[in-house]
Design a protein around this ligand. Structure first.
Ligand code: NDP
Length: 496
């Protein structure tokens, strides 16, 4: 256990006192049932926020819709909106240490990840999406309409903002995933209401304040707090919500999709993954082991794209596992606020219990479970785990545990390994490790996943569409696909 904690900035302490509830029409709402926000490093109370309810959700949607209807945001020129979003990116950058600390204190992850990913990647992401504001365009159509005789036609398409967007986001990257949804929506001219996960609402509330400071008009970017099964579900089924965008479990994603279809709102779902890493006999083992540690243990494995099942050629299997074991045995443990600590708490006691139950079940099914470094009893820690010589039939190979569990399955024949890679209901991401260009070119199209990396894992870029196949979801984040998903396409046909 290391113990060199960084001291929280005075701005962070002040914000923990100030953030009292939902952020609607440019200010915090304090009415509602107060709930404690917990620091997963020691179980202490970090802050208190008022939970919203159905009535407040209705008000949040009405405010969001009002801001869309009166055109205070979508009516600005694209260049004006781009400038404001770029200013927002600058503010997120200026406040990145404050935001990173809020994220680490609330979510538990290493401050290094909060700085580089949650804050750092978010700044790049906002800037990338801000650029799209001025680049939304339609097409002209060379139509062949023959009646009435002698008539001429001109046709074109117009991309218009979809309207009121409800973004329901999870607890693993609360700020970053909220931005993955809110920023393309704002770039397209939509107005947004975000519902963060109940356990991790703080960073999103601070973002909403910064958006107003950047010049996003009040009422355009709102945050409603409240339980998923009440407030989240109400938003998904709300008649005035035009698009629902969700990241979280497949089970809840289906409920949300049904609720959205009932009122013909469009929706996108970024759901779970049980992501494979396929290591061929010719792979560079050092790179593959490092990739497994990075791809599997980032944020304690609480990453939708995390690698969790590793198909390793039998000739490399034992060395691969022994290298993994020697690293996880030596990792340093501590709160996310300690930059030296490599094993940090998971988000909540609820989630800690869920991961440990997955492990108990794995052991009962005969899995060869190796626990890494010992973790303290105080706080919601889970030791990193290596399971070697696993079988495809184990639940731990088939179900998403969302924790630091690396399960390794040996194979002899690459086509059999490919069949095991694809033998999953989920298909979010996968990686292939080989030095053979021919094998990479042959196998990547055959792997059933929305993203396939070669000799890397969990590397994302704002320009590269990200989203799952099969039960891992519908729709894409990032790139042109993301921005288009917050627009509706109109065809205009003019006779002259
Ligand atoms: P959920 O899918 O339950 O929660 C994600 C978000 O949805 C939260 O904001 C939650 O609110 C909200 N929500 C919950 N129920 C509803 C509902 N009926 N209608 C609308 N919104 C709802 O994830 P869990 O926190 O329960 O995690 C369970 C598992 O899901 C994890 O172990 C992991 O496997 C997977 N997961 C995947 C993520 C990903 O990045 N793809 C992220 C998080 C989880 P509230 O917090 O108030 O319940």
């Amino acid at each position: 256990m290391t113990n060199k904690l960084i001291v929280a900035l005075p701005d962070v302490e002040a914000f923990l006192q100030r953030a009292r509830g939902s952020f609607i029409d440019g200010g915090f709402r304090e009415q509602g049932n107060p709930i404690a926000i917990i620091n997963p490093a020691d179980g202490s109370q970090l802050s208190t926020v008022a939970q919203g309810d159905v009535a407040l959700a209705d008000e949040a949607v009405a405010i969001t819709k009002g801001s869309f209807d009166d055109r205070r945001w979508r009516g600005m020129s694209p260049a004006q909106r781009e400038r404001i979003l770029l200013k927002f990116a600058d503010l997120v950058e200026q406040h990145s240490e404050e935001l990173a600390q809020i994220e680490t204190l609330n979510q538990g992850k290493s401050i290094n990840i909060s700085r580089a990913v949650d804050a750092g990647f978010s700044v790049d992401f906002i800037r990338y999406m801000a650029g799209w504001t001025t680049k939304l365009e339609g097409k002209t159509g060379d139509v062949s309409i023959g009646m009435p005789e002698g008539a001429n036609f001109n046709a074109y398409t117009l991309r218009q903002p979809v309207g009121v967007v409800a973004a329901i986001v999870p607890w693993n990257f609360p700020m970053m995933i909220a931005l993955w949804k809110a920023i393309p929506a704002l770039a397209a001219g939509c107005s947004v209401v975000v519902k963060p996960a109940s356990e991790t609402p703080l960073s999103v509330l601070r973002l909403a304040e910064l958006a107003v400071e950047a010049g996003v008009p009040k009422g355009v970017f709102n945050v409603i707090l409240g339980s998923g099964s009440v407030v989240g579900q109400h938003l998904a089924g709300h008649a005035d919500v035009d698009k629902v965008t969700f990241t979280g479990s497949t089970e809840v994603g289906k409920v949300i999709g049904h609720a959205a279809v009932d009122h013909m709102a469009s929706f996108s779902l970024e759901l779970g993954g049980k992501n494979p890493m396929l290591v061929l006999a010719d792979a560079d083992i050092e790179k593959a082991v490092n990739g497994a540690l990075m791809g599997g243990l980032l944020n304690q494995g609480q990453v939708c794209a995390a690698a969790s099942r590793f198909y390793v050629h039998r000739s490399l299997h034992d060395e691969f596992c022994s290298r993994l074991r020697s690293v996880v045995d030596q990792m340093s443990v501590g709160p996310g606020m300690d930059p030296q600590a490599q094993v940090n708490p998971v988000v909540s006691q609820r989630h800690q219990r869920s991961i440990l139950q997955h492990l108990e079940r794995a052991k009962a099914q005969g899995a060869n479970v190796h626990y890494g470094v010992q973790v303290p009893e105080e706080g919601f820690y889970v030791s990193p785990v290596i399971i070697s010589d696993a079988k495809q039939t184990f639940d731990i190979v088939r179900e998403e545990a969302f924790g630091p569990i690396l399960t390794v399955i040996p194979f002899d024949d690459v086509n059999e390994a490919l069949a095991m890679v694809n033998d999953s209901e989920l298909g979010l991401a996968a990686s292939l490790w080989t030095e053979s260009l021919s094998e990479a070119m042959r196998l990547t199209p055959e792997i059933e996943a929305g993203t396939v990396w070669v000799n890397t894992h969990v590397t994302l870029d704002p320009s590269l569409p990200f989203g799952g196949f099969k039960q891992s979801g519908i729709g894409k984040e990032f790139g042109q696909e993301a921005i288009y998903s917050y627009t509706k396409l109109k065809s205009i046909c003019i006779a002259y």
